[in-house]
Design a protein around this ligand. Structure first.
Ligand SMILES: O=C(O)CCC(=O)C(=O)O
Length: 295
Protein backbone atom coordinates (compact mmCIF):
# COMPACT_ATOMS: atom_id res chain seq x y z
CA UNK A 1 0.00 0.00 0.00
CA UNK A 2 1.44 3.43 -0.90
CA UNK A 3 1.92 6.13 1.76
CA UNK A 4 -1.21 8.13 0.85
CA UNK A 5 -3.46 5.04 0.82
CA UNK A 6 -2.07 4.10 4.25
CA UNK A 7 -2.81 7.62 5.49
CA UNK A 8 -6.39 7.38 4.23
CA UNK A 9 -6.83 3.97 5.89
CA UNK A 10 -5.62 5.35 9.24
CA UNK A 11 -7.84 8.43 8.85
CA UNK A 12 -10.89 6.26 8.16
CA UNK A 13 -10.14 4.05 11.19
CA UNK A 14 -9.09 6.64 13.76
CA UNK A 15 -10.66 9.85 12.46
CA UNK A 16 -7.34 11.65 12.31
CA UNK A 17 -3.79 11.52 10.98
CA UNK A 18 -0.69 13.42 12.03
CA UNK A 19 2.07 14.22 9.53
CA UNK A 20 5.25 14.93 11.49
CA UNK A 21 7.31 17.93 10.40
CA UNK A 22 5.42 18.12 7.08
CA UNK A 23 6.41 21.75 6.49
CA UNK A 24 10.00 22.94 6.01
CA UNK A 25 11.58 24.94 8.84
CA UNK A 26 11.92 28.03 6.60
CA UNK A 27 8.12 28.09 6.26
CA UNK A 28 7.66 27.60 10.01
CA UNK A 29 10.02 30.49 10.76
CA UNK A 30 8.11 32.75 8.38
CA UNK A 31 4.81 31.78 10.07
CA UNK A 32 6.29 32.50 13.49
CA UNK A 33 7.50 35.90 12.33
CA UNK A 34 4.16 36.88 10.75
CA UNK A 35 2.28 35.68 13.83
CA UNK A 36 4.54 37.80 16.07
CA UNK A 37 3.83 40.86 13.89
CA UNK A 38 0.05 40.35 13.99
CA UNK A 39 0.08 39.78 17.75
CA UNK A 40 2.27 42.87 18.32
CA UNK A 41 -0.09 44.98 16.22
CA UNK A 42 -3.02 43.98 18.45
CA UNK A 43 -1.19 44.12 21.78
CA UNK A 44 -2.83 47.36 22.93
CA UNK A 45 -6.40 46.17 22.30
CA UNK A 46 -8.62 45.42 25.26
CA UNK A 47 -11.72 44.30 23.35
CA UNK A 48 -12.29 41.90 20.45
CA UNK A 49 -12.66 43.24 16.92
CA UNK A 50 -12.87 41.73 13.43
CA UNK A 51 -9.36 40.28 13.63
CA UNK A 52 -8.62 39.68 17.30
CA UNK A 53 -10.52 37.66 19.86
CA UNK A 54 -9.63 39.10 23.25
CA UNK A 55 -10.59 37.29 26.44
CA UNK A 56 -9.93 37.90 30.12
CA UNK A 57 -7.86 35.20 31.79
CA UNK A 58 -10.08 33.11 34.06
CA UNK A 59 -7.71 33.46 37.01
CA UNK A 60 -5.71 36.68 36.59
CA UNK A 61 -8.55 38.58 34.81
CA UNK A 62 -5.86 40.10 32.53
CA UNK A 63 -7.01 40.42 28.92
CA UNK A 64 -5.06 38.58 26.25
CA UNK A 65 -5.35 37.70 22.56
CA UNK A 66 -6.82 34.20 22.46
CA UNK A 67 -7.30 33.95 18.71
CA UNK A 68 -6.59 35.63 15.37
CA UNK A 69 -9.84 35.28 13.42
CA UNK A 70 -9.71 34.17 9.77
CA UNK A 71 -5.91 34.53 9.40
CA UNK A 72 -6.20 33.54 5.71
CA UNK A 73 -7.92 36.92 5.23
CA UNK A 74 -5.46 38.83 7.44
CA UNK A 75 -2.20 37.88 5.72
CA UNK A 76 -1.76 36.26 2.26
CA UNK A 77 0.86 33.87 3.68
CA UNK A 78 -1.88 32.12 5.64
CA UNK A 79 -4.02 31.85 2.50
CA UNK A 80 -1.06 30.39 0.62
CA UNK A 81 -0.27 27.99 3.46
CA UNK A 82 -3.36 25.80 3.05
CA UNK A 83 -2.62 25.64 -0.70
CA UNK A 84 0.90 24.25 -0.25
CA UNK A 85 1.54 20.98 -2.06
CA UNK A 86 2.61 19.13 1.10
CA UNK A 87 -0.88 19.78 2.48
CA UNK A 88 -3.00 19.48 -0.67
CA UNK A 89 -1.43 16.10 -1.48
CA UNK A 90 -2.79 14.78 1.84
CA UNK A 91 -6.14 16.58 1.43
CA UNK A 92 -6.62 15.03 -2.00
CA UNK A 93 -6.05 11.56 -0.52
CA UNK A 94 -8.53 12.19 2.31
CA UNK A 95 -11.27 14.23 0.61
CA UNK A 96 -10.87 13.86 -3.15
CA UNK A 97 -9.90 16.28 -5.91
CA UNK A 98 -12.22 19.23 -5.24
CA UNK A 99 -11.73 20.99 -1.92
CA UNK A 100 -12.99 24.26 -0.47
CA UNK A 101 -11.87 26.27 2.55
CA UNK A 102 -14.64 27.51 4.83
CA UNK A 103 -12.69 29.46 7.44
CA UNK A 104 -9.48 29.52 9.46
CA UNK A 105 -8.48 30.48 13.00
CA UNK A 106 -5.15 30.87 14.75
CA UNK A 107 -5.44 29.82 18.39
CA UNK A 108 -2.82 31.35 20.68
CA UNK A 109 -2.07 29.55 23.88
CA UNK A 110 0.30 32.12 25.22
CA UNK A 111 2.98 31.77 27.84
CA UNK A 112 0.99 34.17 29.98
CA UNK A 113 -1.86 31.65 30.22
CA UNK A 114 -4.68 30.10 28.22
CA UNK A 115 -8.03 28.44 28.57
CA UNK A 116 -8.52 24.74 27.88
CA UNK A 117 -10.89 23.84 25.04
CA UNK A 118 -13.67 21.52 26.21
CA UNK A 119 -14.56 18.27 24.42
CA UNK A 120 -16.55 18.95 21.28
CA UNK A 121 -17.23 17.88 17.69
CA UNK A 122 -16.71 20.53 15.00
CA UNK A 123 -19.74 19.02 13.21
CA UNK A 124 -21.94 20.38 16.01
CA UNK A 125 -20.91 23.89 14.91
CA UNK A 126 -21.12 23.51 11.13
CA UNK A 127 -23.07 20.50 9.82
CA UNK A 128 -22.94 19.99 6.05
CA UNK A 129 -24.78 17.91 3.48
CA UNK A 130 -22.11 15.22 3.85
CA UNK A 131 -19.28 14.69 6.34
CA UNK A 132 -16.30 14.83 3.97
CA UNK A 133 -15.22 17.75 6.10
CA UNK A 134 -12.08 18.03 8.24
CA UNK A 135 -9.81 20.44 10.07
CA UNK A 136 -6.17 20.90 9.13
CA UNK A 137 -4.11 21.93 12.16
CA UNK A 138 -0.63 23.38 11.69
CA UNK A 139 1.75 23.65 14.63
CA UNK A 140 3.48 27.02 14.53
CA UNK A 141 5.33 26.08 17.73
CA UNK A 142 6.24 22.67 19.08
CA UNK A 143 3.17 21.14 20.77
CA UNK A 144 4.15 19.43 24.01
CA UNK A 145 2.25 17.60 26.73
CA UNK A 146 2.14 20.68 28.93
CA UNK A 147 1.79 23.66 26.57
CA UNK A 148 -1.83 23.10 25.56
CA UNK A 149 -1.80 19.74 23.85
CA UNK A 150 -4.73 18.65 21.71
CA UNK A 151 -6.52 15.40 22.61
CA UNK A 152 -8.21 13.25 19.97
CA UNK A 153 -10.64 10.43 20.87
CA UNK A 154 -9.97 7.90 18.08
CA UNK A 155 -12.93 6.25 16.36
CA UNK A 156 -15.49 8.72 17.73
CA UNK A 157 -15.98 10.18 14.23
CA UNK A 158 -18.11 7.09 13.53
CA UNK A 159 -20.28 7.51 16.60
CA UNK A 160 -23.19 9.76 17.53
CA UNK A 161 -23.29 13.53 17.37
CA UNK A 162 -23.57 14.58 20.98
CA UNK A 163 -25.71 17.27 22.48
CA UNK A 164 -23.64 20.49 22.80
CA UNK A 165 -26.37 22.38 24.67
CA UNK A 166 -26.58 23.76 28.18
CA UNK A 167 -29.34 25.74 29.83
CA UNK A 168 -31.31 25.73 26.58
CA UNK A 169 -28.56 27.22 24.40
CA UNK A 170 -25.82 25.87 22.13
CA UNK A 171 -22.64 26.04 24.22
CA UNK A 172 -20.06 24.31 21.97
CA UNK A 173 -19.13 21.55 24.44
CA UNK A 174 -20.49 18.11 25.30
CA UNK A 175 -21.72 17.49 28.84
CA UNK A 176 -19.41 16.25 31.61
CA UNK A 177 -21.26 12.88 31.48
CA UNK A 178 -19.77 12.33 27.99
CA UNK A 179 -16.47 14.15 28.62
CA UNK A 180 -15.53 12.14 31.70
CA UNK A 181 -14.93 8.91 29.73
CA UNK A 182 -12.90 10.52 26.94
CA UNK A 183 -9.48 11.20 28.54
CA UNK A 184 -8.98 7.46 29.10
CA UNK A 185 -9.50 6.58 25.45
CA UNK A 186 -7.88 9.66 23.92
CA UNK A 187 -4.54 10.18 22.19
CA UNK A 188 -2.34 13.11 23.20
CA UNK A 189 -1.10 15.08 20.20
CA UNK A 190 2.47 16.33 20.34
CA UNK A 191 4.84 17.34 17.57
CA UNK A 192 7.51 19.68 16.30
CA UNK A 193 6.58 23.02 14.75
CA UNK A 194 5.64 22.29 11.13
CA UNK A 195 3.74 19.14 12.06
CA UNK A 196 0.27 19.03 10.51
CA UNK A 197 -2.84 17.27 11.89
CA UNK A 198 -5.95 16.34 9.89
CA UNK A 199 -9.03 15.53 11.98
CA UNK A 200 -12.49 14.46 10.89
CA UNK A 201 -15.29 16.95 11.55
CA UNK A 202 -17.16 14.43 13.75
CA UNK A 203 -14.13 13.48 15.89
CA UNK A 204 -14.44 14.32 19.59
CA UNK A 205 -11.47 16.45 20.63
CA UNK A 206 -10.37 18.91 23.29
CA UNK A 207 -7.21 20.70 24.36
CA UNK A 208 -5.57 21.38 27.70
CA UNK A 209 -4.52 24.70 29.22
CA UNK A 210 -0.96 25.87 28.62
CA UNK A 211 0.94 25.39 31.86
CA UNK A 212 4.44 25.54 30.40
CA UNK A 213 5.50 29.16 30.10
CA UNK A 214 6.11 28.59 26.37
CA UNK A 215 3.77 29.73 23.60
CA UNK A 216 1.66 27.23 21.68
CA UNK A 217 0.29 28.67 18.46
CA UNK A 218 -1.86 26.41 16.30
CA UNK A 219 -3.66 27.38 13.10
CA UNK A 220 -6.78 25.47 12.06
CA UNK A 221 -8.36 25.44 8.61
CA UNK A 222 -11.92 24.10 8.11
CA UNK A 223 -11.95 22.36 4.72
CA UNK A 224 -14.41 20.17 2.88
CA UNK A 225 -15.16 18.34 -0.35
CA UNK A 226 -16.63 20.96 -2.69
CA UNK A 227 -19.94 19.08 -2.79
CA UNK A 228 -20.35 19.36 1.00
CA UNK A 229 -22.58 22.42 1.44
CA UNK A 230 -23.31 24.10 4.79
CA UNK A 231 -26.73 23.23 6.23
CA UNK A 232 -26.92 26.74 7.71
CA UNK A 233 -27.04 27.97 4.10
CA UNK A 234 -24.27 29.49 2.01
CA UNK A 235 -25.20 33.05 2.89
CA UNK A 236 -24.65 32.27 6.59
CA UNK A 237 -21.05 31.32 5.81
CA UNK A 238 -19.91 33.12 2.65
CA UNK A 239 -20.37 36.76 1.66
CA UNK A 240 -21.13 35.84 -1.94
CA UNK A 241 -20.80 33.15 -4.61
CA UNK A 242 -17.56 34.85 -5.67
CA UNK A 243 -16.10 34.60 -2.18
CA UNK A 244 -17.18 30.94 -2.00
CA UNK A 245 -15.32 30.34 -5.26
CA UNK A 246 -12.28 32.28 -4.05
CA UNK A 247 -12.01 29.79 -1.20
CA UNK A 248 -11.48 26.80 -3.47
CA UNK A 249 -8.19 25.20 -2.41
CA UNK A 250 -7.91 22.66 -5.22
CA UNK A 251 -10.13 21.47 -8.05
CA UNK A 252 -13.56 22.70 -9.10
CA UNK A 253 -16.46 24.24 -7.21
CA UNK A 254 -19.65 22.18 -7.06
CA UNK A 255 -23.17 23.57 -7.32
CA UNK A 256 -24.68 20.11 -6.74
CA UNK A 257 -24.56 19.32 -3.01
CA UNK A 258 -24.10 15.60 -2.26
CA UNK A 259 -26.56 14.45 0.39
CA UNK A 260 -25.49 11.62 2.68
CA UNK A 261 -27.46 10.08 5.52
CA UNK A 262 -25.32 11.29 8.45
CA UNK A 263 -26.43 12.25 11.98
CA UNK A 264 -26.90 15.98 12.38
CA UNK A 265 -27.82 18.45 15.10
CA UNK A 266 -28.18 22.15 14.46
CA UNK A 267 -26.31 24.62 16.72
CA UNK A 268 -29.46 26.45 17.77
CA UNK A 269 -30.61 28.38 19.65
CA UNK A 270 -27.48 30.46 20.09
CA UNK A 271 -26.98 32.37 23.34
CA UNK A 272 -27.24 36.19 23.16
CA UNK A 273 -23.45 36.73 23.25
CA UNK A 274 -21.64 34.65 20.61
CA UNK A 275 -18.13 35.29 19.39
CA UNK A 276 -16.32 31.97 19.28
CA UNK A 277 -15.93 28.53 20.78
CA UNK A 278 -14.04 30.11 23.70
CA UNK A 279 -16.89 32.47 24.63
CA UNK A 280 -19.56 29.82 24.07
CA UNK A 281 -17.79 27.28 26.27
CA UNK A 282 -16.97 29.83 28.93
CA UNK A 283 -20.56 31.09 29.15
CA UNK A 284 -22.11 27.59 29.02
CA UNK A 285 -22.41 25.13 31.88
CA UNK A 286 -20.69 22.13 30.19
CA UNK A 287 -17.35 22.52 31.92
CA UNK A 288 -15.05 19.56 32.35
CA UNK A 289 -11.56 21.07 32.20
CA UNK A 290 -12.49 24.68 32.93
CA UNK A 291 -14.12 23.79 36.21
CA UNK A 292 -10.58 23.09 37.49
CA UNK A 293 -10.93 19.65 39.09
CA UNK A 294 -9.92 17.64 35.97
CA UNK A 295 -6.61 18.11 34.21
O1 LIG B 1 -6.42 25.26 19.56
C1 LIG B 1 -6.82 24.25 20.14
O2 LIG B 1 -6.26 23.86 21.15
C2 LIG B 1 -7.96 23.44 19.61
C3 LIG B 1 -9.13 24.30 19.35
C4 LIG B 1 -10.29 23.60 18.72
O3 LIG B 1 -10.49 22.42 18.86
C5 LIG B 1 -11.20 24.40 17.90
O4 LIG B 1 -11.00 25.63 17.79
O5 LIG B 1 -12.14 23.78 17.32
Amino acid sequence: MDAMSQLKKTYDEKGYVICDSLLPMTVVEELQEITNQIVDAGAALSASDEVYEILDDLETKQSRIERIKSPHAVNPCFDALIRRKEITDVLRALLGPDIRLQNSKLNLKGKEGSAPVEWHQDWAFYPHTNDDVLAVGIMIDDMTEDNGTVLFAPGTHRGPIYDHMSEGFFCGAVGADVAKDLPDISDTVTGKAGTVTFHHVRLLHASKANLSGDPRRFILYEVMAADAWPLAGCSAVFESWDSMNARMVIGKQSDAPRLVDVPVRMPQPLPPKVSSIFQLQRDGANKYYMEGTNS
